[in-house]
Design a protein around this ligand. Structure first.
Ligand code: CA
Length: 227
């Protein structure tokens, strides 16, 4: 039974989450402070943490930063406002998803299921993945379905980063980091144009596959099941 830690100072919101998650077959623990969440995760690690950003002691962002020093547990942020900056900051400090209040508890439960499914070890697709893509780091070359791709250095780094962590959603900033390009005003478009050209090269191998998935407002991921 997956165990979910809920960090939320508003009892009414915590109650609806507990109800929805327990109805979905999860066990839950509820704390109201960021410091209590860190303590709880050290003592009795949860499989996923739902983390409110506005907490009475330390913010959800700070809690997540401290959490990441000792835990890779999936984190879903709850935010009171829909700010693109929050979203980006959240993903940068290692959140896995982001929900804006008011939300439907059922939707949160569905997203929790999706994250846990993504995290679960899946022998078959992962075992199949290396056959689809072969990465030669030394020669900076990638084969897709046994065909060598003709990639620029940036495209190579981009695809390599995506392949290393299947299903992980990378923000554009994270991808820029991977490519080794300094962020500037045009950075988002530069990642988008590299992705566009990468996709064209992948489609030249197989027209009906879409290994690189777009997550609107968030970024990109590599999906073995779409390869
Ligand atoms: Ca709050």
């Amino acid at each position: 039974m997956p165990h979910i830690l809920i960090v939320e100072d508003e009892a009414a919101i915590a109650d609806t989450l507990i109800f929805a998650l327990q109805g979905d077959g999860h066990s839950t623990e509820w704390v109201t402070l960021g410091s209590a969440a860190l303590e709880q995760q050290r003592q009795c690690p949860a499989d996923l943490i739902i983390l409110d950003i506005g907490l009475p002691d330390i913010s959800g962002f700070e809690t997540c930063r401290q959490l990441r020093r000792f835990s890779e547990v999936p984190v879903m942020f709850l935010s009171a406002r829909d700010g693109e900056i929050d979203r980006v900051v959240g993903l940068e400090i290692g959140a896995d998803d982001y929900v804006v209040k008011p939300f439907s508890p059922r939707e949160v439960a569905a997203r929790v299921r999706a994250i846990l499914k993504r995290m679960a070890p899946r022998a078959e697709p992962l075992a199949a993945a290396p056959e689809l893509f072969q990465v030669d780091t030394l020669r900076m070359q990638i084969h897709y379905r046994s065909q060598a791709l003709s990639l620029t250095r940036h495209e190579f780094r981009l695809l390599q980063s995506l392949l290393e962590q299947p299903e992980r959603v990378f923000s554009r900033e994270q991808l820029l980091d991977a490519v080794g390009v300094a962020a500037d005003a045009g950075y988002e478009r530069s990642i988008d144009s590299h992705i566009k050209s990468l996709r064209a090269k992948l489609r030249a191998v197989t027209a009906d596959a879409e290994p690189i998935q777009t997550h609107r407002g968030l970024g990109y991921s590599y999906s073995p099941s779409h390869s």
